[in-house]
Design a protein around this ligand. Structure first.
Ligand SMILES: [Zn+2]
Length: 390
């Protein structure tokens, strides 16, 4: 099956993670350990197996084999969300994040026409996160993956303003992935239910916070995509719209009707149900949906191209979902600058090579640890040029 399809929702895990070398004791620092099956490894956190993963997480040849079966031409690579490290001390988080980002850069550099990279940034310090984003964009990444909350804080919280200002100015694609939903105590049954029940509710809270907190009004050029079809947000949108009509203070905070904000965000197709996917297209618009699968984790959608085909869309609309929407999400700034896809591809490859050469992972980690922790990092903080200009 040959398509131009781009999958915007896939994850990587490094084959190995360096032993902890920081000064905080190493709690929550992940390690990779052998599993019984030779194609698997265990992600160990605090001595427990958090998840057993396959070598498709780091082996691009294995990924390319499966992509051929799935009809996917390109994958957007982003970290397994549990590696986003918002819960680690800042210097530990930077060491781990740069190792993860280095893995993504390495995978993309080996097949730059097949893989697009989204990195991680330490959102527990939004100033440092903005600076890391600038570094990622210089190094060839298309943008970042963000968790849907940062240690419990909503993304619409004013503390993240500096980061979203930077993302807008840099033209970064921002893929928001459900993470650690609140309200776990309300779920009755096995712990694994959290990702099936909690994730969609969590994503709805997150999108709503970016609307009601004014982030989307202040940054109209932000390019944001949301995992799992935006979760439950499509279902609460009509109610929020009603609130906007009858509550003057709602209208003041949101700046524009909620549906206008919602129809300029991007969402993946990962809802496992054709009528639901059709509803998302009706609600958000056919130009806002991109293929997403959660490859290579247990829940991944094995037949994403068939899921789109089941909607009986026109050829032009299929092309939007397969390719054009994701292309707009990732590269509007680049495409405008170059006006030429060939130029874009060649330049992208060059930048990946630069990243690889400059970022020997252990050297980076040693550098970070030499920084004597946060004090040195803070001395290099961003200037206030991304601060809100109001
Ligand atoms: Zn995912």
């Amino acid at each position: 099956m040959t398509t131009q399809a781009i999958d915007i929702h896939t994850h990587i895990v490094p084959a190995d993670i360096p032993a902890y070398a920081g000064k905080h004791g190493g709690a929550h620092w992940p390690q990779m350990a052998p599993a019984h099956d030779c194609h698997h490894k265990c992600v160990m956190i605090d001595g427990k197996n958090f998840r057993t993963v396959t070598d498709e997480c780091w082996d691009i040849e294995r990924r390319l084999e499966v992509m051929a079966r799935m009809g996917i031409a390109r994958q957007v690579l982003s970290p397994m969300p549990e590696l986003l490290s918002y819960w680690l001390p800042l210097d530990d988080a930077l060491a781990l994040i740069r190792h993860v980002n280095g893995t993504i850069a390495d995978m993309a550099a080996r097949a730059p026409d097949r893989f697009i990279g989204l990195g991680a940034v330490p959102m527990q310090d939004p100033d440092v996160a903005a600076r890391e984003l600038e570094r990622l964009m210089k190094d060839g990444f298309a943008g970042v993956e963000l968790g849907s909350n940062i240690n419990g804080a909503a993304l619409g919280d004013p503390r993240f303003e500096v980061f979203f200002a930077a993302a807008e100015e840099l033209g970064a694609a921002v893929f928001v992935h459900a993470l650690h939903p609140p309200g776990k105590e309300r779920i009755v049954g096995p712990a694994g239910l959290m990702t099936f029940i909690g994730f969609p509710l969590e994503t709805a809270y997150t999108i709503a916070s970016l609307i009601t907190g004014g982030t989307l009004t202040r940054h109209p050029k932000l390019r944001l995509a949301f995992s799992h079809g935006g979760g439950a947000f499509a279902s609460i949108l009509p109610r929020l719209e009603h609130g906007w009509k009858i509550k003057p203070d709602f209208a003041e905070r949101m700046g524009a009707p909620p549906h206008e904000h919602a129809r300029r965000l991007y969402y993946d197709t990962l809802v496992y149900d054709a009528p639901t996917l059709g509803h998302l297209i009706n609600t958000f618009g056919v130009k806002q949906l991109c293929i997403g699968t959660d490859f290579p984790f247990e829940v991944y959608e094995h037949h994403p191209v068939d899921a789109v085909a089941a909607l009986n869309l026109s050829a032009g609309e299929v092309q939007l979902l397969h390719h054009d929407n994701a292309d707009m999400l990732r590269s509007k700034v680049w495409r405008r600058a170059s006006g030429d896809d060939h130029f874009y591809a060649a330049h992208e490859e060059h930048r990946w090579h630069s990243y690889h050469r400059d970022s020997d992972v252990r050297a980076v980690q040693r550098d970070i640890l030499r920084l004597a922790g946060v004090a040195e990092i803070e001395s290099h903080r961003l200037t206030n040029r991304y601060q809100r200009r109001t």
